[in-house]
Write a protein that binds this ligand. Structure first.
Ligand SMILES: Cc1ncc(COP(=O)(O)O)c(C=O)c1O
Length: 392
């Protein structure tokens, strides 16, 4: 029996385009991970979560271990709604769905809006997982460049106007990571956020705002696009992965109740009562704002260590954006094929992600690399950049 022959045509093609593990090979433990968009292991509150589990099971006995049961599931939703409210995103109970991380939120959004005929528009480059998800639903992906102020909304406007004039279909939605973008670390300016909303009205599409890194601002918190949205065109995707623990798989979609009920209907993995009620118990006993204060300071210091090392160890021809939050620095190394550089870097014990994997057309981005400052320690970051500098 040839197992592959049983796979659907869609899946065969997706696997051919995106072979598993291509951009993230298995890394030995001692490798300096400048590739991983993971939180700093020291900042993941494992002992507090252990205590929360004890409190939860003491107070609720077996309830959280059943399909339905823990009152804390609703309390988690309320806690998230309260935090969103503090960011001027006001949603009612029917306008928010808790998901298994932001990834499931993106997958559900793709599932309810996309089919083979639908067009989705994205930033180029963008979060590779989202690109892979969209490709599972449609081949029609419109890619719009970004610069240091985020999405080039002028380019988007040109593309949309041209499509309209030619009678071509317009996108169903635009997927954007406006704040501390993955992979570039850039933030969309306020003017461009307004422009994107205006284009959404004019050309009748939705905006999916992936705000996974929002809370990790070193200084200023940009206004969420959802907070500027008057017509219900924005779906806001969030996550606690980057600020609490990714293994808990807590994310959400906030948006118009019609979309939320469609997404809920297609969310067939049921809920995860144990993870959700543990997270609720953790948040009840934690001053998250205080924690965030620490997280921001640690990540800012690591980011500075990375930038300092780039200045010291990389050739002068290399350039980068300096992020104002998040996890990533996007580096351009003219004339270097970063996919070819990776095996040499791994042999030296340091990893990064080659830029091409963040583009739909992988002929683009070959001389870029994404460096993450979140996971490795400051000392490792400096040593890793020194090694990469030598290779480049
Ligand atoms: C932009 C963006 N969205 C979503 C995610 C995934 O979040 P979650 O762990 O909540 O699924 C990531 C993680 O790398 C990300 O960079």
């Amino acid at each position: 029996m040839k197992a592959e022959e049983f796979l659907s045509e869609n899946i065969k093609e997706a696997l051919k385009n995106n072979p598993p593990g291509a951009w993230m090979p298995n890394l030995p433990k001692e490798c300096i991970r400048l590739s991983s968009g993971y939180p700093d292991p020291e900042l993941v509150p494992s002992s507090e979560i252990k205590k929360s589990v004890a409190v939860l099971l003491e107070e609720e006995q077996d309830l959280p271990l059943h399909y339905i049961g823990s009152p804390r599931i609703n309390r988690l939703k309320e806690q998230i709604m309260k935090r969103l409210g503090e960011r001027d995103i006001r949603v009612s109970d029917s306008e928010i769905l808790i998901t298994s991380g932001a990834c499931q939120a993106i997958d559900l959004i793709a599932r309810i809006f996309l089919d083979e005929k639908a067009i989705v528009a994205v930033e180029a480059p963008t979060y590779m997982e989202a690109l892979e998800i969209f490709q599972n639903y449609t081949k029609q992906i419109l890619c719009v460049p970004i610069d240091e102020d985020g999405l080039r909304t002028d380019e988007l406007e040109g593309m949309l106007a041209e499509r309209k004039q030619k009678g071509l279909a317009l996108p169903r939605f635009f997927y954007t990571i406006p704040t501390f973008q993955n992979p570039t670390g850039t933030t969309m300016s306020y003017e461009r956020r307004k422009h994107l909303l205006k284009l959404a009205e004019e050309f009748d599409f939705l905006i999916v705002e992936d705000d996974a890194y929002r809370e990790l601002a070193f200084k200023n918190h940009p206004v969420p696009i959802k907070a500027m949205d008057k017509s219900g065109r924005v779906l806001h995707v969030g996550s606690l992965s980057k600020i609490v623990a990714p293994g808990m798989r807590i994310g959400w979609i906030a948006g118009a109740s019609e979309f939320i009920s469609a997404a809920s209907w297609f969310k067939k993995d049921l809920d995860h009562p144990f993870a959700q009620s543990t997270m609720a118990a953790y948040l009840e006993n934690t001053n998250l704002d205080e924690k965030l204060h620490t997280l921001r300071a640690v990540y800012q210091a690591k980011c500075s260590a990375l930038i300092r090392s780039l200045e010291q160890y990389f050739p002068k021809t290399v350039s980068w954006y300096v992020p104002e939050g998040g996890y990533f620095v996007w580096v351009k190394a003219p004339g270097v094929d970063t996919a070819q550089l990776l095996p040499q870097a791994l042999a030296e014990g340091v990893s990064f992600v080659p830029g091409k994997y963040f583009f739909l057309d992988q002929k683009e981005g070959s001389d870029f690399l994404r460096l993450s400052f979140s996971y490795a320690s400051e000392k490792e970051i400096t040593a890793g950049i020194q090694k990469l500098g030598k290779l480049i």
